[in-house]
Design a protein around this ligand. Structure first.
Ligand SMILES: CC(C)(COP(=O)(O)OP(=O)(O)OC[C@H]1O[C@@H](n2cnc3c(N)ncnc32)[C@H](O)[C@@H]1OP(=O)(O)O)[C@@H](O)C(=O)NCCC(=O)NCCS
Length: 177
C-alpha cells in the first residue's frame, strides 16, 4: 500500500474488473485516454493479466482507492527506463462523481513521491490532450511543466488536437514538498 492524504494506491486485484467495466466504455472518461474503440470484458481481462504480472520491471500498474476502500480508478508508471531513470505516468479516476475533488492530484503526488523516493527515478512525464483542462490543472498543481506539444496529434470530437508533454524532475518535486 502506498498511502496518500486522500487516497491509497494498491495492487490491482481481479475483483477490480467489475469496477473497470463500469467506466471503460464511457466516452466522457475515455475521450481523455489513448483508448478509442469499445472495450470487451475479454480484452479487459487480458489487460488485467498483464497488470497482475509484477515481473515486468518496465510496467507498474496500480489501483487508486479512497481511504475507505472505494475503488476510484488506476494509476501506473509505464515504459520505465532504468538507465535514464524515467517513466511515463498514466492516471484515470473512473468514477466521475469523484472528479474535481482533489483525488487525482493526491494520487499523482503520491505516486511521484513513490517514484522519486522509493524507485529512485529522476524524471516522470505524461501526455495529455490540449482539451483536458482538468487534467492539465491537476498536473500543474503537482509541479509538472509543459515540455512541448505534438501538434494535431489526436483526432477527437471532429477535429485535431495537440498532445501536450509534461514532465517533472526529482529535484523539482522535492522543492514543492
Ligand atoms: C484528470 C484526472 C486524473 C484529475 O483528477 P481529479 O481528481 O478530477 O482532479 P483534482 O480535483 O485533483 O484537480 C483538478 C483541478 O482542475 C480544476 N478543474 C476541474 N474541472 C475543470 C475544468 N473543466 N477546467 C479547468 N479546471 C478544472 C479543479 O478545480 C482543480 O483545480 P483547483 O484545485 O485549483 O481548483 C481525472 O479528472 C480523470 O481521471 N479524468 C478522466 C481521465 C483522464 O483525463 N485521465 C488523464 C489523462 S492524461
Amino acid at each position: 500500500m502506498i498511502e496518500g492524504n486522500k487516497v491509497r494506491i494498491r495492487a490491482v486485484e481481479q475483483t477490480d474488473l467489475d469496477e473497470i467495466m463500469k467506466w471503460v466504455n464511457d466516452p466522457e472518461v475515455i475521450d481523455n485516454l489513448l483508448m478509442r474503440y469499445p472495450m470487451s470484458r475479454y480484452l479487459e481481462e487480458k489487460w488485467m493479466e498483464k497488470a497482475l504480472d509484477t515481473s515486468d520491471m518496465r510496467e507498474k500498474t496500480f489501483t487508486i482507492e479512497t481511504k475507505d476502500g472505494v475503488y476510484l480508478g488506476g494509476i501506473g508508471l509505464h515504459k520505465i527506463n532504468w538507465e535514464n531513470r524515467n517513466a511515463e505516468v498514466g492516471i484515470v479516476i473512473g468514477k466521475k462523481e469523484y472528479w474535481g475533488k482533489g483525488y487525482g492530484t493526491d494520487a499523482m503526488l503520491t505516486i511521484l513521491e513513490f517514484a522519486f523516493t522509493h524507485m529512485n527515478l529522476h524524471r516522470v512525464y505524461l501526455e495529455v490532450y490540449d482539451f483536458n483542462t482538468r487534467g492539465i490543472r491537476s498536473y500543474e498543481k503537482c509541479g509538472f511543466k509543459k515540455e512541448g506539444a505534438l501538434r494535431d496529434d489526436r483526432y477527437s470530437r471532429g477535429k485535431y488536437h495537440d498532445t501536450i508533454i509534461m514532465g517533472i524532475l526529482k529535484e523539482e518535486f522535492e522543492k514543492i514538498l
